[in-house]
Ligand binder design. Structure first.
Ligand SMILES: NC(=O)c1ccc[n+]([C@@H]2O[C@H](COP(=O)([O-])OP(=O)(O)OC[C@H]3O[C@@H](n4cnc5c(N)ncnc54)[C@H](OP(=O)(O)O)[C@@H]3O)[C@@H](O)[C@H]2O)c1
Length: 291
């Protein structure tokens, strides 16, 4: 049995589907009862409702599990503690191996959600457990919340500029690698950077969107301060707002670029391109689309 945490979220759902395609028995860990049916539809044999911050619930979730795919919640102030609790619960339950869903360049101190993942990586090294670390770049799927504006207004508005090249990776490729790594023992002790095949600036992304959608899509940089004000007005606050602001500022100054050769080696084929991803997005889509 393989436990997938964060299974109600974007990454977890993609990993559930990839594992199901390999006919693996999977237990999905979700946060709320209402997320049970969706995990079942994605092929989870068992679904457990648990709070990643609750050690007792984590022990129950890990009972009888061979391997864990550890996905931490997005922009959570206690991400490092969640990792530590999961590692402790895994040790107690006799889990053989954790595959940790980290991030490209976790060494980046300026981005708190990267830095917290580095702390979890360190705890894994010391855990005595078998482990593999995956470090995905930003997903191509992150464009989906902007889709309505792209299609209806022909504008791709993000709070960073043309200097922000990102090695966007298709979440479908990441999930395929995750499933491969979880079902083979040869990856024990490895850390894999999973970067997509092109480092794209937002203007280049807008160009590719124009090409695929057969309509002009222009890129517009929103000032970061305007974005933060809008996000605050929309109810975002605290650690998430602070981390996202720092992330967009970092992207603006440095981009986030990796190398796709490791991903290509693991997939044994070229990684999916952004254009190929855009081809798959249905014309009317909801922002949860991830395939
Ligand atoms: N997006 C990217 O480009 C990217 C790239 C590399 C790495 N990552 C990393 O991937 C991870 C997952 O991201 P994602 O976009 O898939 O996130 P997501 O869609 O928000 O999924 C996270 C899931 O965790 C659940 N959750 C939150 N707090 C919880 C708790 N205390 N106990 C149990 N479950 C809890 C959430 O529940 P609710 O649904 O109720 O909120 C959600 O279902 C993050 O660590 C992120 O940093 C993301």
């Amino acid at each position: 049995m393989i436990l997938v945490t964060g299974a109600g979220g974007k990454t977890g759902q993609a990993v559930l589907e990839a594992l199901t395609a390999k006919s693996e028995a999977v237990r999905a860990l979700v946060r709320y009862q209402e997320q049970i049916p969706s995990a079942g539809r994605r092929g989870a044999e068992e679904v457990v409702v648990a709070d990643l911050l609750n050690p007792v619930e984590m022990s129950v979730a890990m009972a009888g599990v061979r391997a864990v795919y550890l996905i931490a919640p997005n922009m959570h102030p206690e991400e490092a503690r969640i990792g530590e609790l999961a590692i402790a619960a895994a040790r107690e339950a006799g889990v053989q191996r954790i595959v940790f869903h980290s991030v490209l360049h976790p060494q980046t101190r300026e981005m708190p959600h990267h830095w917290q993942k580095l702390a979890v990586e360190e705890r894994l090294f010391e855990s005595g457990l078998g482990f593999t670390i995956l470090q995905p770049a930003a997903y191509m799927q992150n464009v989906l919340p902007y889709w309505k504006e792209i299609v209806e207004d022909g504008v791709y508005r993000v709070p960073y500029g043309e200097s922000a090249a990102l090695s966007l990776v298709d979440l479908k490729d990441v999930a395929e690698v995750a499933a491969g790594v979880l079902t083979s023992s040869v990856h024990n002790g490895a850390t894999y950077e999973l970067a997509g095949p092109q480092a794209l600036s937002p203007g280049q992304m807008a160009g590719l969107l124009s090409k695929q959608l057969k309509r002009e899509v222009r890129f517009e940089a929103i000032p970061l301060i305007t974005w933060a004000e809008e996000a605050r007005a929309g109810g975002l606050g605290g650690y998430a707002l602070d981390s996202l602001t720092k992330m967009f500022g970092y992207y603006n100054r440095h981009g986030l670029v990796g190398n796709s050769r490791v991903l290509e080696g693991l997939l044994r084929r070229p990684p999916r391109t952004f254009l190929r991803f855009v081809e798959r997005v249905p014309s009317s889509q909801d922002s949860r689309f991830g395939n």
